[in-house]
Design a protein around this ligand. Structure first.
Ligand code: SAM
Ligand code: ZN
Length: 267
């Protein structure tokens, strides 16, 4: 069931009202203000705001993620080493640093995918409340299997990162790994991240970027042409865009075709 600590940071993605655990036979969260009911399936609350006419870009990405969820853990490290030319071990460092920056508060991984980069490192962070958000049920179910036997406070949530079901300023450290290049609208998503992070809080993550590796560029060009990833850019472009949100003092480094970044919200 959802802990009170998690419930305290959640809000209705539709109207920002507070949520409570419903009294119906099937587990659900209910919005105090608009009375929308959000089912809890296998311990995962489904907090995607209902849209009368969903944008094709949104459900296509979700369908693609559902389709690849079963093989993602095997394919991602191979692609990383062979095409993007980035050691998968760098993600372990990135996760450890981001969990440490949560400093016993709330850590948000968005998107969490199958949890492949996060699950191996969470065990020592007993004091951190970990939230993992993704829109794909198949990815979330893979993640749930993975965290089942891990002794850590992890709550998976189905949500759209363009409309996070989290109170303003409720997150101390937000991590977005392979991340920025899948966002349909990067500025909207980054603004939403900025809203949820506390003043002076931390954001970090990684993204695939253009113009670093010739072989990677050939793949990225195909990805974009066939609509798999929407808007691939150079590292400098992404950093400038983050600064407009505004995120302060964005620092980055590139490893092959992967950019790693860290920044803070204004305090
Ligand atoms: C490339 S995977 C990265 C997952 C994970 N961070 C990793 O590196 O293993 C991108 C993830 O973004 C999720 N995603 C795409 N659009 C989303 C949205 N609008 N809201 C939430 N998650 C979304 C997909 O379901 C997918 O799991
Ligand atoms: Zn509501």
């Amino acid at each position: 069931m959802i802990s009170t600590e998690v419930l305290d940071v959640l809000q209705c993605p539709g109207c920002q009202g507070a949520l409570f655990i419903g009294a119906a036979r099937r587990p659900e969260l209910v919005c105090e203000a608009c009375e929308t009911q959000y089912p809890i399936v296998d311990g995962i609350p489904d907090l995607v705001a209902r849209q009368p006419t969903p944008m094709p870009g949104n459900y296509r990405t979700e369908t693609l993620s559902n389709a690849i969820a079963g093989i993602f853990d095997y394919v991602a490290p191979v692609l990383s080493m062979a095409i993007w030319r980035c050691s998968p071990l760098l993600y372990v460092d990135l996760e450890n640093r981001a969990l440490g920056r949560a400093n016993g508060g709330v850590f948000l991984e968005a998107p969490i995918g199958t949890g492949v980069t996060l699950s191996p490192v969470v065990a020592p962070y007993h004091d951190v409340q970990i939230l993992g958000i993704d829109k794909s049920w198949k990815m979330l179910h893979q993640a749930a299997k993975r965290f089942k036997d891990v002794n850590a406070r992890v709550q998976l949530i189905r949500a759209d990162y363009e409309r996070l079901p989290l109170k303003t300023g409720s997150v101390q450290s937000l991590q977005s790994i392979n991340g920025l290049h899948v966002f349909t609208d990067r500025v909207i998503t980054l603004k939403e991240f900025n809203r949820c992070i506390e003043p002076g809080g931390h954001i970090s993550g990684s993204a695939l970027v253009r113009s670093q590796e010739d072989v990677a560029d050939v793949f990225l060009e195909r990805y974009e042409r066939y609509g798999i990833y929407p808007m691939l850019r150079s590292p400098q472009f992404l950093v400038q865009e983050m600064a407009t949100v505004p995120f302060n003092d964005v620092r980055f480094s590139t490893h092959g075709a992967v950019m790693f970044f860290t920044s803070q919200t204004a305090s």
